[in-house]
Design a protein around this ligand. Structure first.
Ligand SMILES: [Zn+2]
Length: 425
């Protein structure tokens, strides 16, 4: 045994909080029990701390290649490690887009050189994410694509989506969709509701998202494909996904921390730190998302970490780019506002950030068991601290949560048996 985490709190399979020891040998969890024999192992004192499998985020934007002024693979994976994540999946809306063997290999080489944790890149569905020509999905799978998505934009033509789903189904891969019908966006900057009218800004109606999801669920049924919906934001989207699941379609879905915590009513002024795509919706949408997560319509939580520079965000909501950062704030926000409030159990939150995304995408990670990869995060549940964007290690400081008082801060992140982030070091 190389490392022994002693006297740490964990969630048992049945959901109880238990105290125990976890031994690590090489890159694997080798023992879990009580008062394990340390031998020559390095001791990690878990007293007063909580241990979770490292978090998994299947929706992040690392910006590299092409957007290194916003984020790099190095800064983004450090932010992930600081937030307790050990596996992340970056979106392909980079320059170049990983849409061929050559461009995906370029991305894989950058990851191999710069990533501090496991990074499993998406490849695009269509060449340059332009929606006109399908990428060679089978080739991209062979070269390490995690799944296929044109995230950042929706695939506009039903026929293109249908053919991509058929191709993906043949090779047993998921099609992951940013759902947005361009003919229904109307140049919107935030939700078409009450706040956009107060601020005199164009709105994005809910149907821009929900219509695409309804279309795609029917296409996925016809193609026999696994269809995964990104960042669900509207109550109508939740309804059509629920209906799709009931009908036996292989549809899965994710929801972001910000859509679970904020609505358009929380926006007080024209400030682009509150601008993301999809936008913050109404209070009834927020409640439908919370209910959808609890009843299993929405499968897990993903951040849609989307860093931008302060200059890019300083120009007001109408023209600033969409997106907020999420990796460094997700767990403390969700633990404080849901688990500590008694709305969710700890097991629910941990599952939505670890085993559920792993199960949806057949990843062998996200579980605290002997023989599993030693991807772990130690969290101080009693540590209280305000979110302070100036302390982010991400290059992106764009968040609407600056100043929020949170508990539950990760203190040590272990990836493949090695400490990759330690608070204060
Ligand atoms: Zn998106």
């Amino acid at each position: 045994m190389d490392k022994l985490i002693q006297g740490v709190q964990m969630v048992s399979e049945s959901g109880e909080l238990i105290i125990g020891d976890v031994g690590i040998t090489g890159n694997l969890i080798s023992e879990i029990g009580n008062e394990l024999n340390a031998g020559n192992a390095e001791i990690i004192n878990g007293n007063g701390l909580f241990l979770s499998p490292g978090f998994i985020d299947v929706h992040v934007h690392l910006r590299q290649p092409g957007g290194e002024h916003k984020e790099t693979i190095e800064s983004g994976t450090l932010a992930a490690a600081k937030g307790g994540y050990t596996t992340i999946c970056p979106m392909p809306n980079t320059r170049p887009v990983p849409d061929t063997i050559e461009t995906l290999t370029l991305v894989n080489d950058l990851i191999a050189k710069n990533a501090l944790i496991r990074v499993l890149p998406y490849a695009s569905i269509t060449i340059r994410q332009a929606g006109k020509e399908q990428a060679n999905l089978a080739e991209l799978k062979e070269h390490g694509a995690f799944a296929f998505t044109d995230d950042g934009v929706g695939v506009q033509e039903a026929g293109m989506m249908y053919e991509a789903m058929q191709a993906a189904a043949k090779i047993n891969m998921a099609v992951v969709a940013h759902c947005e019908d361009n003919s229904l966006i109307y140049g919107g900057a935030l939700h078409e509701g009450t706040k956009n009218k107060e601020l005199g800004l164009p709105g994005i109606p809910s149907i821009a998202e929900s219509v695409h999801i309804a279309r795609d669920i029917l296409l996925a049924e016809a193609a026999g494909a696994h269809y995964h919906v990104c960042h669900v934001s509207t109550k109508e989207s939740v309804r059509v996904i629920r209906d799709g699941k009931k009908a036996g379609v292989h549809v899965t879905a994710e929801v972001s921390p910000h859509h679970l915590l904020l609505s358009e009513n929380d926006i007080t002024k024209d400030n682009a730190d509150w601008k993301m795509n999809p936008p913050l919706r109404g209070q009834d949408d927020l409640e439908a998302l919370r209910a959808g997560l609890l009843d299993g319509t929405l499968d897990f939580i993903a951040t849609d970490h989307a860093p931008h520079t302060a200059e890019e965000k300083a120009v007001g909501m109408k023209t600033a780019p969409f997106g907020i950062t999420g990796l460094e704030t997700a767990f403390p926000l969700l633990y404080t506002n849901f688990v500590k409030e008694g709305i969710w159990t700890m097991k629910q939150l941990i599952d939505w950030m670890t085993s559920k995304p792993a199960d949806v995408f057949n990843l062998p990670y996200g579980k605290l068991e002997v023989g599993a990869e030693a991807d772990l995060v130690l969290i101080d549940l009693n540590k209280e601290q305000k979110i302070d964007r100036s302390t982010f290690v991400s290059l992106g400081k764009n968040t609407p949560f600056d100043g929020w008082d949170c508990f539950g801060w990760p203190v040590t992140t272990i990836y493949g048996g090695k400490v990759v982030w330690e608070d204060g070091k």
